[in-house]
Design a protein around this ligand. Structure first.
Ligand code: S3P
Length: 749
């Protein structure tokens, strides 16, 4: 499917004739008239009453006295008659079209229209036929007749054109322009594809609604049913009041596509029947939770909130007024690394795992959806609570299509390890940012274990993983300090024969090891090496995901650089492999108090109170780099606000994160008047004043939030472009930033 491009050169049509003044024909005629898309709109209907009513209502300019007259005078003929009437109507007037006239229609089935046109014009020379542009507005209502004509019926609706192979671009553009003038978005697709899609999204739902109402109306005392039928019945059956003749036509015209999807549905319905008969709550919950997730996603698309739709259509802009306060008590969003892992391990466990504090960000939601697609029943998330009905280490099923992991490198790399050991093939894809990130760092060692994996161009996504490849445990010395690579290999190790061990050049986050132990799967740690033996099983458990220290970091720096600031961050994850931000800020003179320390589910947790304190520049110790790997963008802001020079080295990994975080931060700082010195593995930053200006996040959530923090000390307004991705890790950043006193406003362009 593609958006059609409408040449600006399209001229206004002189005469449009609409044949059939029903709801759609009447509404289109009225909209064309009101929007000045045709100089004259002529109507014809086989019912003289409808025609007279249309004329008196101002739906049309003129009423044709015959079908022939309507066709003869028109530059564009719009056929708005029932789909099964097309052939008969056209046969009467096939020799009456003006030279170069365009014939279009509004029918819900395109295959039958095209067939009818072919039959009718078979004996007419191509140059004497009208130019055919089949069309279908995806709009309507259960009302019918010209009295219901509504000129805004198509506004913000889609219209699908299915141009034929001998397409005439100018004619397609002309019909596109007519629909666009009515406020519709015009798309193009092939005839067969259109009929398959519509059979599933429109025809089948109508069939079910008609059938259900008929069944219930015939059930015992139907008056009883209608008396007690509440919202569910009303919502579900509204479309059963649609025009019976039109719909019976549609099913008979689109029978092949409808039967395909109807058979599929009948099988699924039979499976639900069995599940009820067998008291099989797992099957019911599986279907219902998957359906709920899909419907929730659809609702968010409808309201323009889904990350994928925001990313595709909107530039989300943070407008940051200079100055502001940082005060109060907040709890930031749940830890992203642990949220991913809780779903993965909970799915592989035997039994039901309950998670609290789950991050409802787009990245971890993509992981959750992927496991649903592999047959795992997952309830929630509901205010951070998730219930996972584990299927056991060997219980995953092949997903119906490629697994989409959004923006998440963690998702893709950990999935690669886990899927390398399955019996089915899989493909992993991601968004534009993820599609540029290096995947050979996991694919190459997995191949050494026996996995069969293909990466895309230059070792980037998509990743194609072959199932049923026997894995053998191995030892791997990681060339880079990466928790993702380590975790990937350990997850593959569960499916491998013998022992898998990974040695890291510097300590990296160890949530995978801790959580596996929490699920009763022993992981040994000896010095820099983590190891496990394949073939074991996981036992369901409870997981409390603490607040993400990487999200808290934005507010820790915000409080540290803002005079008068005093902020408490509750229940923050304090895993020793993640606390580089605290160590570095303290070394710079930051004031951070730790209280309420406890261990929750094998992970240390505490409250942090951060107050303003003048900072000084430091040489950041290289051993802190992996411990603060995600916090550098915001630490660069702290460095700009510090007195003297801050030097970062040994941080080349920053160049392959969601963006090249060294270069992108240096470019943004430059736009705000701050000069830095970029080096291959780090940056040098002198403390200086921050000006106002416009910066780009380059699809990187942490860059966006870092520049938001910079505004607290800026001299002018900072405009941050491309911020939709903040939803991947910190969906309520805007709300919390406002709550503490930052001056943020968010715009969608
Ligand atoms: C993560 C590991 C880190 C980190 C990422 C999350 C994880 O990546 O940057 O945000 O959850 O394992 P690397 O392992 O590539 O350093």
């Amino acid at each position: 499917m593609s958006d059609s491009t409408i040449p600006a050169s399209v001229e206004i049509v002189d005469t449009v004739s609409v044949i059939g003044l029903g709801l759609i024909g009447g509404s289109f005629a009225k909209a064309l008239k009101e929007n000045g898309a045709a100089r004259r709109v002529v109507g014809f209907d086989r019912s003289p009453d409808e025609l007279t009513l249309g004329l008196s209502m101002g739906v049309i300019d003129d009423a044709a006295s015959s079908l022939k007259q309507a066709v003869e005078c028109a530059d564009v003929v719009v056929l708005a008659v029932p789909v099964r009437a097309v052939e008969a109507v056209l046969t009467d007037v096939k020799r009456c079209f003006k030279e170069n006239a365009i014939l279009t229609d509004v029918g819900s089935v395109k295959g039958s229209f095209v067939k009818a046109v072919e039959n009718v014009f078979a004996d007419i020379a191509p140059e004497d036929r009208p130019i055919i542009v089949p069309g279908h507005p995806i709009a309507g209502s259960e009302k019918s007749g010209v009295a219901a004509a509504n000129s805004s019926l198509f506004s913000n609706h889609k219209v699908i054109l299915t141009p034929l192979s001998e397409r005439n671009p100018q004619a397609v553009a002309q019909i596109s322009a007519m629909w666009s003038s009515c406020g519709a978005t015009v798309l193009e697709m092939g005839v067969d594809h259109h009929d398959d899609v519509l059979a599933a999204t429109s025809h089948l739902p109508h069939l079910i609604a008609f059938s259900l109402v008929d069944t219930l109306a015939g059930e015992g005392d139907s008056k009883e049913i209608f008396k007690y039928a509440a919202g569910g019945f009303r919502d579900f059956t509204r479309i059963a009041a649609s025009d019976p003749v039109m719909w019976s036509d549609i099913f008979l015209s689109n029978s092949a596509s409808t039967l395909k999807v109807l058979d599929h549905f009948a099988d699924d319905l039979a499976a639900l029947r069995d599940a009820i008969a067998n008291q099989d709550s797992k099957t019911l919950l599986g279907v219902f939770t998957r359906a709920k997730a899909a419907r929730d996603h659809f609702s968010r698309i409808l309201s323009g909130q889904a990350y994928t739709t925001i990313m595709n259509t909107k530039n989300v802009i943070f407008k940051m007024k200079p100055g502001g306060e940082v005060k109060g008590v907040i709890r930031v969003a749940g830890d992203k690394s642990m949220s991913h892992r809780s779903i993965m391990l909970g799915s592989l466990a035997d039994g039901v795992t309950e998670v609290e504090g789950f991050l409802e960000g787009e990245d971890s939601l993509a992981t959750l959806q992927a496991f649903r697609d592999m047959g795992v029943v997952i309830e929630g998330p509901d205010e951070g609570r998730v219930k996972i009905y584990g299927v056991g280490v060997n219980g995953l099923k092949q997903p119906p299509g490629p697994i989409y992991l959004g923006n998440s490198g963690t998702g893709m790399r950990l999935f690669a390890g886990l899927l390398a050991g399955q019996t089915f093939d899989t493909e992993l894809t991601g968004d534009a940012s993820l599609s540029t990130r290096p995947m050979e760092r996991v694919a190459a060692p997995l191949r050494l274990m026996g996995a069969v994996i293909e990466t895309g161009d230059q070792g980037r996504p998509p990743m194609k993983i072959k199932g049923s490849s026997p894995l053998k445990g191995m030892h791997y010395d990681m060339p880079m300090a990466s928790a993702q690579v380590k975790s990937c290999l350990l997850l593959a190790g569960i499916y491998a024969e013998g022992e898998t061990s990974v040695t890291e050049p510097a300590p990296t986050r160890d949530h995978t090891e801790r959580m596996l132990n929490g699920f009763g799967y022993p992981v040994r740690r000896e010095g820099a090496t983590a190891s496990l033996v394949g073939g074991g099983s996981l036992k369901a458990t409870k997981i409390d995901v603490p607040a993400d220290i990487s999200s808290a970091a934005f507010f820790m720096v915000a409080a540290s650089i803002t005079p008068g600031a005093h902020l408490t961050l509750k229940h923050v994850g304090m895993n020793p492999t993640r606390v580089g931000i605290i160590n570095i800020l303290r070394a710079m003179g930051g004031k951070i108090e730790v209280s309420n320390e406890s261990i929750v589910g094998g992970e240390p947790v505490a409250d942090l109170t951060v107050s303003y304190s003048p900072l000084k520049g430091i040489n950041i110790p290289e051993d802190q780099v992996p411990l603060a790997i995600d916090e550098f963008p915001v630490l660069f802001i702290a460095a700009v606000c510090a007195e003297g020079k801050t030097v970062l080295t040994g941080a080349e990994e920053l160049r392959v994160k969601e963006s090249d975080r060294i270069q992108v931060m240096a470019d943004g700082l430059k736009a705000l008047g701050v000069e830095t010195l970029v080096t291959p593995d780090g940056i040098e930053i002198e403390g200086s004043e921050i000006g106002g200006g416009s910066v780009y996040s380059h699809g990187d959530h942490r860059i966006a939030m870092s520049f938001a923090v910079a505004s607290l000390r800026a001299k002018g307004e900072i405009i941050i472009n491309d911020c939709a991705n903040v939803a991947t890790s910190f969906p309520n950043f805007e709300a919390l930033a406002k709550q503490v006193g930052m001056q943020i406003s968010v715009e969608h362009e």
